[in-house]
Design a protein around this ligand. Sequence first.
Ligand code: WT7
Length: 634
Amino acid sequence: MARKIHTLGGYIHEYQRSILDPEAFWTQVADTFYWQKKWDKIVEWDFETPNINWFVNAKLNITENIFERFLYTKRNKPAIIWEPNDPNEPSITLTYWELYEKTCQFANALKANGVEKGDRVIIYMPMVPEAAIAMLACARIGAIHSVVFAGFSATSLADRINDCSAKMVLTSDGNFRGSKTIPVKKVVDEALENSSSIEKVIVLERTLTPVTMKPGRDIWWHEAIDGISSDNVAETMDSEDMLFILYTSGSTGKPKGVVHTCGGYMIYTYYTFKNVFQYSDDDIYWCTADIGWITGHSYIVYGPLLDGATTLMFEGIPTHPHPGRFWEIVDKYKVNQFYTAPTAIRALEAYGIDPVLPYKLDSLKVLGTVGEPINEEAWHWYHDHIGKGKCPIVDTWWQTETGSILISPLAGITPTKPAYATLPLPGVQPIIVDNDGKELKGNSVEGNLCIKFPWPSMLRTLYGDHDRCRQTYFSSFKGLYFTGDGVKRDEDGYYRILGRVDDVINVSGHRMGTAEVENAINEHPKVIESAVVGYPHPIKGQGIYAFAICDMSDRSEANLKNEIRVTVTNIIGPIAKPDLIQIVPGLPKTRSGKIMRRILRKIASGDSDNFGDTSTLLDPDVVDKIIADTDSAS
Ligand code: WT7
């Protein structure tokens, strides 16, 4: 198929072309797609406003490029293979034709229930084929989906529903996760007590967990599609119409609704999927992410399906019913490309190699990693024990905002180095700047990672708050998109991501804003003030360390810490629960009242010297008091 790079020379050539003549480069990639109307111009942009338009005035529907485009060539090819949480339950395979029919049928059901082009639909579902069908059905009719990870609390769900005034929620009676069953419909009911825009809730029967169905509002999925036709003509979308909103944490309290649009997202998820993973037509590809995150959007659903690939979807968790489950699944389906997160690798590495030994893993050709910097030890374990030394590892750097992978090796083509994301993909122009915005040219430099030219799948705005988009990403360094990551470009010009330089913690590959966690902790009536920082955690990459000033008059320390954790779980979800809490008499603050997180970060990582200049602190003694008591953190 068009535009697949096969050699290092080919990569260098394509990269050069993409920089020297972006118009010609992108025309060639986009020409292989089905457009109802072609573009007037490839790209129009300014990073000040910001205003970014790709494939200007083109018309398309992304699902026509997954289904109608492949109807003759891929009709009977498996599109989705689904492996359930319980290995004894039968798996499901949907061919491109079957997925097409189900998508169209559900698209018609959405319409019959009042969803129109431009409406927002929340998807709060387990990892089942219907979740992908739901996304595609929205895209089919031009509704904007916003998938919310089903581990988020009712409060978080309500915040997201309200932020985008969603009209409908798609959910299930419950979710299977390992040995647990989570009553998600109940969470939706609770969320809807605090939101008024939702008109209908469609509920998939999955766990047979008893639920209350509210008459006039709640409908069963199977009833919603009963008797509904699967004839559907795809809605005509402008290239810059919204495809989806995905909420992500930022350095201030409120989550940000990252907006992706149709044309550019389609082109670049496809292009990056094809080239990074070097997918060939008969391969079975598996990404272990959840569809609640951008990885699930771009590399379980859209990227692979736009390439006509077979994408495996797994409902469960890596350790259920045993810590060899991933490898069992790899052998069961003869998976060729396997894409996971460093935190999963480290968690499985902790069980030793016994759980790996029963499996052949000889189908594997490519291994991928994403979400956080991978430490060299985990990289080697993955390379040696899973890839048996013969599979290239693609360490893919990207973000919710970038939509697709931006810096990564091409599997088997770009020589890799452990812990390096290596080189930018065609179309991506990274630039490293110091804190004053001065470009650091040449090799062997370290600084802030920015991008100086638009790429097709970049965010366009934050839903309902364009100015926050400008401020967050386009104002730190004039004329540049700022990623929030620190980076090193080594002597060979290879990029190594060093982690966030803002107040964002990366817990198990999931982004948590410190302010968001602090706000949740502060909701506990006995908490007076708190400060949250990340610290090195052997499995999660970073753990959450909370320093809290509390009223201890009528609680034991252990009870209070438990209650704080429950509060955070209720407000955000279990992923935001602090790993360590230390009750402190005060926090290091500047005279203007700003918490010096830099100092707390050092203390949390066990480093208690060299705090730099502490003379601006209001009460320098508080630092010694906190250090003297770090053993009490639990
Ligand atoms: C942040 C984005 C991209 C999907 C998953 C996370 C970190 C991501 C890597 C990598 C080092 C990485 C960055 C980035 N990150 N991939 N390969 N090496 N760090 O998406 O929640 O939007 O988080 O994850 O810090 O900014 P996200």
